[in-house]
Design a protein around this ligand. Structure first.
Ligand SMILES: *Cc1c(COP(=O)(O)O)cnc(C)c1O
Length: 368
């Protein structure tokens, strides 16, 4: 790593969170590691999940599933999204389970050689994204699978409002899901509806699996005991005292009111540190230092109280500033903040309190 800005992924915290959720939910878990583990780097997440006894992973697309297979993941993989029917042979070849996104999709699939394919029926209970809504279509889909030597190993639904404290929508969706599954009268191996927030709030024992995503990383609407896994750090690359009435950065949007100490950090919006973060404070040596002036593509400036040495570490979020707060101030959700952290940022993996791997994906690819 040659640029002093990085994302730290704390695998000790990750492990504690997964173990806590396994205990609390009393279910088997499918680790959802779509989008490269929400930007964390899926290989280390898989490794840690394995250590917790998890052997089932979910991704969003065939590309993501093939990346896992190429990286040597031999465990069960489910694609939660759409697979183009023309690519279904790859799912069979690589033993990747897929989602029945609609009855029409299944009718396309069975025109092909699909014997040996494993699928999970997605029941749409109110999210109105993918999935089969009507009872007769659910039954027809199950029968189509059985007539065509497709293994309907699983059935699932997805909640729209599991972060809602009242759970009224979640209960409506849950009850409809139970009703649909019972009508199917089939002995599914995997029955799942809970995402992270439902795993940590909905008390139900109809399903045997849950799909764990964001709460692995310590983020939950219902459980405040989890540990933060992601931190974003940078370091001071330049620091100087600026006279009063000078302006900082593009557009001259900030004017110093007195002599001010201004430190530059080598991190900007191309790293996923969005321009809208202008004005928010970062943690440095026990003080909160505001970002002043526009955030540039590769750099931004903060106003500090002291002339810190070049190289002083700055936390953009982590143990002192939560990613939930960053998201709230940006008028978005932590998922979006995390998945926006770009590949340019080095990932540092910490295990047993020590960095065990430092990865810059682009630099590594260029060396191959
Ligand atoms: C992303 C996703 C999940 C995981 O959601 P979290 O809120 O991160 O736990 C579960 N199920 C489906 C279908 C998803 O797309």
């Amino acid at each position: 790593m040659y640029r002093e800005s990085w994302v730290e992924i704390n695998l000790d915290a990750l492990k504690k969170n997964i173990e806590h959720i396994l205990n609390k939910s009393k279910k088997e878990l499918i680790c959802v590691i779509k989008a490269n583990g929400y930007g964390s780097g899926d290989q280390f997440i898989i490794q840690t999940a394995r250590e917790c006894g998890i052997h089932f992973f979910a991704v969003s697309s065939l590309d993501e599933a093939l990346v896992l297979r190429n990286e040597g993941c031999h465990e069960k993989i489910l694609i939660l999204g759409y697979v183009d029917p023309k690519d279904i042979d790859l799912c069979i070849e690589h033993n990747i389970s897929t989602t029945v996104v609609s009855l029409d999709w299944l009718k396309e699939i069975v025109k092909r050689e699909v014997s040996g394919l494993s699928v999970h029926l997605k029941i749409d209970t109110g999210m109105n994204r993918i999935g089969i809504k009507e009872e007769d279509e659910c039954i027809e889909a199950l029968n189509l699978c059985l007539e065509n030597e497709i293994n309907p190993e699983g059935v699932f639904t997805h909640f729209a409002c599991s972060d809602d404290k009242t759970q009224s929508m979640t209960m409506r969706q849950y009850n409809l899901f139970v009703e649909r599954v019972k009508t199917l009268q089939y002995d599914f191996e995997y029955i799942h509806c809970d995402n992270s927030d439902a795993l940590l709030s909905l008390d139900e024992d109809f399903t045997n699996y849950g799909r764990l995503g964001i709460s692995m990383y310590g983020i939950s609407a219902h459980d405040q005991t989890l540990h933060p896994v992601f931190s974003l750090f940078s370091t001071i690359s330049c620091i100087k005292e600026i006279d009063a009435d000078e302006t900082i950065s593009y557009g001259a949007t900030y004017t110093t009111t007195s002599k001010e100490i201004i430190a530059t950090l080598p991190i900007g919006y191309a790293d996923g540190w969005l321009r809208k973060n202008q004005g928010r404070s970062l943690y440095i040596n026990g003080e909160l230092a505001p970002i002043v002036g526009r955030i540039c593509m590769d750099q931004c400036m903060i106003h500090t109280s002291q002339l810190y040495p070049v190289g002083t570490k700055v936390e953009l979020f982590g143990n002192h500033i939560s990613v939930q707060d960053v998201a709230k101030d940006l008028d978005t959700i932590p998922y979006e903040v995390l998945t926006n952290l770009s590949e340019r940022l080095t990932r540092v993996y910490v295990k047993n309190n020590k960095p065990i791997s430092i990865n810059n994906a682009r630099l590594e690819r260029s060396l191959k």
